[in-house]
Design a protein around this ligand. Structure first.
Ligand SMILES: [Zn+2]
Length: 304
């Protein structure tokens, strides 16, 4: 609703200057751009022989965190069929450096796939991971405008659930990620906006967020190359494959029918030297060393 009188609104709309077809704001400017992934290099890394470092299956409606060294490959898969997963990522040694969903969305897209990177927050601003494989890349844009691997939304949480439905439920993704992070010395406040893996979302004609059912089948996966030492945490969303998603009392009980586990595997390359020989290096933090234009006084001003 506008505060302008209707005739004024119509006039503003009629006389608005035409708007040219926009171009994406952050298109890479050349082959040396940090946004331009060397596809040949990453394809080579992805297809090189690897050794399994660790593996676990995450049961439905739970959360778990794990570490992955720089240069390792993390595969997250759907072993029993469709299920969405909410992923958090931190620098292993400094949890203040963590995934920044909104900047990643600007730099790449609302939904990400092979060749896109997940970036860390300020004052670090470097890739946490690069996506090197995605068996759902074929999904593209569906007939409702939905796409997969969502950066538009965030995790489900008990606060909004209680606000909207009055219910109390302890196994939303936010809570699952909180419990997952605690054994690594982190707290609820370290949980941040996620990437919703295997989740199809979009905006309708009025810009409202929607979710479609997860298209994953048994054995679908997404793979990341760790661009630095990482701590990662995953939640198997209590909404399962989202085919029955709703808010309301007892909704969690019904949705359990569409909940399935997720599997996490961490690999290293059999030949560690492949990375170094190919010119790959762990990501470096942004070179900005300014102080935001501030001069910080040492103490009380001597001027009278
Ligand atoms: Zn969730």
């Amino acid at each position: 609703m506008s505060n302008l009188p209707p005739n004024k609104e119509a006039e503003r709309l009629r006389t608005r200057a035409p708007i040219r077809q926009p171009v994406p704001a952050y298109l890479p400017t050349g082959t040396n751009s940090p946004l331009t992934v060397d596809r040949k290099l990453y394809t080579k890394i992805q297809s090189s022989p690897r050794v399994l470092l660790s593996s676990f299956t995450l049961p439905i409606r739970s959360g778990k965190a794990w570490t992955a060294p720089a240069g390792s490959i993390i595969r997250i898969s759907t072993p029993d069929g469709p299920q969405v997963g909410d992923l958090n990522i931190w620098n292993q040694h400094n949890p203040r450096e963590r995934f920044w969903a909104s900047r990643t969305r600007q730099l790449h897209s609302t939904h990400v796939s092979v060749g896109d990177r997940l970036w860390s927050c300020l004052p670090y601003m470097r890739p946490l991971v690069t996506i090197i494989a995605d068996t759902l890349a074929w999904y593209g844009e569906d007939e409702t405008g939905g796409r997969v691997h969502d950066l538009l939304g965030t995790r489900c949480d008990p606060y909004i659930n209680t606000l909207l439905s009055g219910g109390s439920y302890d196994y939303h993704c936010h809570s699952n990620l909180t419990r997952a992070a605690v054994p690594f010395g982190l707290a609820e406040t370290d949980v941040h906006d996620v990437i919703n893996l295997f989740q199809v979302t979009g905006l309708d004609e009025k810009g409202r967020y929607f979710m479609n059912a997860c298209p994953a089948e048994k054995g679908d996966y997404i793979e990341f190359l760790a661009e630095q030492d990482l701590l990662m945490a995953l939640s198997t969303c209590p909404g399962g494959d989202l085919s029955l998603w709703e808010f309301g009392a007892d909704s969690e009980k019904g949705m359990i029918q569409c909940c399935r586990p997720l599997k996490v595997e961490v690999f290293r390359l059999e030949d560690d030297e492949v990375l170094a020989r190919s010119g790959w290096k762990p990501a470096e933090i942004s070179k900005y060393r300014g102080n935001h234009g501030m001069v910080i006084p040492e103490g009380e001003s001597q001027e009278k």
